[in-house]
Design a protein around this ligand. Structure first.
Ligand SMILES: C[S@@+](CC[C@H](N)C(=O)[O-])C[C@H]1O[C@@H](n2cnc3c(N)ncnc32)[C@H](O)[C@@H]1O
Length: 222
C-alpha cells in the first residue's frame, strides 16, 4: 500500500519515474534490481513483465543478455525507447520491446525458445485479478527448462496488525487515489500461493528496505 498508493501518480510523469520510484521504495527496488541482475549472464534470454521505463533490461543487455520487455503503457515505453536509443548498437540489438498486455505471453512466444529468466518488478499489483491469474499461468509455458522467475513487489503483509494497518491505509486513500488515477491498485495478496497455483515453486524470499519491497524467487514446479 505504501508504494501502490502512490505508484500510479508517478507513472503519470514517466520522465521522473525512475528517480521517484527509487525514493518511494526507500531504495529497496534498486537493491532488488541488483539481485535480479546477478541472475543475468551473457546469452541468457530474459523476459521482463511490466517493464516500464526499464533500467533493468538495459543493464541486462549491457551484460550480454537478450532481453524482451512487455508493457501496456505507451508513455512508459517511450521513455524506455529513448533511454535505449542512447545505448551502443550491440545493446540496442539485444532488446525487443513489446507494447502489449502480458496476458498474451503464451500466444506471443508460442513455438519460440523459452526464457532462462522471467522477471517482473512492481507490476503485478496493477493487474486486475483475472489478468494477473492469466499472466502467472502462462509463465511456466514460456520458461526454458531450468529457467528462473524473479518477482520484485510490495507484498501484502502476513501479520495481522500490519495487514490491518494496510487495510486502513487503503481505505483512507481509496477515494483520492481513484479520482486522480482512475484505477484501483494494491499489493497482491498471497502472491507466493498464487505462484504455486500457477505451477511455480517458490524457492526463496528476500525483503528489502524493511519489507517495503520483497523479491520472490521461483522455478517451474517439478
Ligand atoms: C510501476 S511500473 C513498474 C515498471 C518497472 N518494472 C519498474 O520496476 O520500475 C508498472 C508497469 O506495469 C505495467 N503493466 C500494468 N499492467 C500490465 C499488463 N497487463 N501487461 C503488461 N504491463 C502491465 C504498467 O504499464 C507499468 O509500466
Amino acid at each position: 500500500m505504501i508504494i501502490y498508493g502512490l505508484m500510479k501518480f508517478i507513472e503519470q510523469i514517466p520522465e521522473r519515474y525512475d528517480r521517484l520510484i527509487g525514493w518511494l521504495t526507500l531504495g529497496g527496488h534498486l537493491t532488488a534490481r541488483d539481485r535480479m541482475l546477478a541472475a543475468v549472464a551473457p546469452g541468457r534470454r530474459v523476459l521482463d513483465i511490466g517493464c516500464g521505463t526499464e533500467a533493468f533490461l538495459i543493464e541486462a543487455a549491457r551484460r550480454g543478455a537478450q532481453g524482451w520487455g512487455v508493457d501496456t503503457s505507451g508513455p512508459m515505453l517511450r521513455v524506455f525507447r529513448r533511454k535505449l536509443a542512447a545505448e551502443p548498437a550491440e545493446v540496442r540489438e539485444r532488446i525487443a520491446i513489446l507494447h502489449q498486455s502480458a496476458s498474451l505471453l503464451g500466444k506471443t512466444f508460442a513455438g519460440r525458445p523459452g526464457f532462462d529468466l522471467v522477471t517482473s518488478s512492481l507490476a503485478l499489483g496493477e493487474m486486475p485479478p483475472i489478468v494477473l491469474e492469466a499472466v502467472l499461468r502462462q509463465i511456466p509455458a514460456v520458461l526454458a527448462p531450468g529457467g528462473r522467475v524473479l518477482i520484485c513487489d510490495e507484498l501484502w503483509p502476513e501479520t495481522t496488525w500490519r495487514s490491518l494497518f494496510y487495510t486502513g491505509l487503503l481505505a483512507m486513500t481509496f477515494v483520492p487515489n481513484f479520482i486522480l488515477t482512475r484505477t484501483v491498485i494494491r499489493p497482491v495478496k498471497g502472491l507466493p500461493g498464487k505462484l504455486a497455483a500457477a505451477g511455480l515453486r517458490v524457492t526463496g524470499r528476500h525483503d528489502f528496505a524493511g519489507g517495503v519491497v520483497s523479491l520472490l524467487e521461483a522455478e517451474q514446479a517439478a
